[in-house]
Design a protein around this ligand. Structure first.
Ligand code: UDX
Ligand code: ADP
Length: 486
């Protein structure tokens, strides 16, 4: 059965970009992205989209030059791509429905702090079953625990109307924020988990026929639904594990005089290991890594696989250790106290090229510094000021302190003025080429820079006069000091 109409429930970081690319590649398919959050839908229908996405993709396939998210949306919107809050109408007319709702880690009850909260997925499944008057393919796109497809099927079957059937597929999304459009157009692979029944295989072929419009068929992998669900969790766990592994070596490098970047280069030259995801940092963030590993840990604990759970838990523990170690280093270096001192934080998103702050290491670092009585000046090129305040209020549970001690700035130079230290928490490119001589003169002395992303020229900064600390490398004091500052 050809798919003519698609509905996507959830207009977030996954649903929005994924459906925009599908609409671009399949002009004959009508794609409606729905969300219960009216503000989000209004943003998708406005000139200022709710998420920021760059595009490193070199040439357009169907759109003229560099189709970043904005260009795709502006081109396809109200042509064959629609954003709406009318969830019922969109479900009713769809042949295929993507569930792209959020699956955060549970914050209370059984599995608190570890299990994925499936209430939004369940709610979406119930709505689909209640509203649908014709048979549908339901595709789980959100990252979910293993066996979620089975739970979705159960909810759908228990509530379906006579004559209506549902076939559930698992099609996890592997896009990475900031490069989402490139990842979607040039996907390494598309994974589709399906039931080993004639209906399951037909549904698999129907979804395949959408992707093969632009993805070579040999990159589409068909598996059973459990393998598909576990593969998504395992992919993120493996990537996070690489970061924790390289980060685990940073303290050792700082003490011994080795440089972790040189070690990473040497390791990565082995083609069996490869160079990617070996950039040492203050720690990984983002909505997926921690959540997905915790999910594996929780499943293993529930199945009494204690050793397996402990193995993966270590990846998270190392990440926590790294964030804590970085913050401790800041405090120790600044004469064991940051109380009443002003520290300028460069970067609040969890990585460059996104405005997303979920699980950002910046939040942990800022919280710890606020606990120690520091005043914070924060600058990030893309994160909304309101979001920074909300995240810090949530992390500290102390709105008064945040109000009193945190100032958000719209340019890095004003932010650094009169501060005691600069702390790089996100690797935004623009931080690399700032005029650090000017910044140095505007700061209190001694002026410190703590580079949590290893992106600056530390030798140059030392020569300007900064006291420099970075991750995984001892910075020796320069022999000649060019400027003395004021
Ligand atoms: C990740 C996966 O890459 C993607 O496939 C999945 O679909 C969702 O989760 P994302 O969270 O967008 O994507 O970001 P990613 O680029 O993977 O980075 C995650 C975190 O690791 C960031 O905080 C980043 O700064 C950090 N990181 C990444 C490092 O510290 N070092 C590295 O070498 C790479
Ligand atoms: P992700 O990063 O997985 O895309 P987001 O939090 O960015 O997650 O987006 C998920 C979206 O799903 C949110 O905008 C939320 O409002 C929406 N959502 C959650 N549950 C439902 C539901 N039952 N119906 C419609 N939209 C929903």
């Amino acid at each position: 059965m050809p798919v003519n109409k698609i509905c996507c429930i959830g207009a977030g970081y996954v649903g929005g970009p994924t459906c925009s690319v599908i609409a671009m590649q399949c002009p004959d398919i009508r794609v409606i992205v729905v969300d219960k959050n009216k503000d989000r839908i209004n943003q998708w229908n406005s000139d200022l989209l709710p998420i920021y996405e760059t595009c490193s993709w070199p040439a357009a396939i169907t759109l003229s030059e560099e189709p970043g998210l904005e260009k795709i949306v502006f081109c396809c919107r109200n042509r064959n791509l629609f954003f709406s809050t009318d969830i019922e109408a969109a479900i009713k007319e769809a042949d295929l429905i993507f569930i792209s709702v959020n699956t955060p880690t549970k914050i209370f009850g059984e599995g608190k702090g570890r299990a994925a909260d499936m209430k939004y997925v369940e709610e979406a499944a119930r709505t689909i079953a209640t509203i649908s008057t014709s048979s549908k393919i339901v595709v789980e796109k959100s990252t979910v625990p293993v066996k979620a497809a089975e739970s979705i099927s159960k909810v759908l079957r228990a509530n379906q109307k006579a004559g209506v059937t549902f076939e559930v597929l698992s099609n996890p999304e592997f896009l990475s924020e900031g490069t989402a459009i490139d990842n979607l157009i040039n996907a390494d692979r598309v994974l589709i988990g399906h039931n080993d029944t004639p209906e399951g295989k037909d549904a698999f072929e129907d979804l395949c026929s959408i992707y093969t419009r632009w993805i070579p068929r040999d990159r589409i992998i068909g598996t059973n639904t459990w393998s598909s669900e576990l593969s998504k969790l395992a992919s993120n766990a493996f990537l996070a594990q690489r970061i924790s592994s390289i980060n685990s070596l940073t303290a050792l490098c700082e003490i011994t005089g080795a440089d972790v970047s040189e070690v990473a280069l040497a390791i990565g030259q082995d083609h069996r290991i490869g160079p990617k995801f070996l950039q040492a940092s203050v720690g990984f963030g983002g909505s997926c890594f921690q959540k997905d590993i915790l999910n594996i840990v929780y499943i293993c604990e529930c199945l009494s696989l204690r050793e397996v759970a402990a193995y993966w838990q270590q990846v998270i523990d190392m990440n926590e250790y790294q964030k804590e170690r970085f913050t401790k280093k800041i405090i120790e270096t600044m004469f064991h106290s940051v109380s009443e001192k002003t520290l300028t934080i460069f970067g609040f998103s969890f990585k460059k090229d996104t405005g997303d702050t979920r699980e950002s290491p910046s939040i942990t670092v800022c919280k710890r510094l606020l606990d120690e009585g520091a005043r914070l000046h924060i600058y990030d090129p893309k994160v909304f000021h309101e979001q920074i305040i909300n995240d810090l209020v949530y992390a500290t549970r102390d709105p008064e302190k945040v109000n009193k001690s945190v100032n958000i700035f719209s340019d890095p130079y004003t932010a650094a003025n009169y501060s005691h230290a600069i702390v790089i928490c996100t690797e935004w490119d623009e931080f690399i080429n700032l005029d650090y001589s000017n910044i140095y003169y505007s700061m209190k002395k001694p002026a410190y820079i703590f580079d949590g992303r290893k992106i600056l020229d530390h030798q140059d900064l030392s020569l300007i006069g900064f006291e420099v600390f970075t991750i995984g490398k001892r910075i020796d004091k320069p022999h000649v000091k060019i400027t003395n500052g004021v």
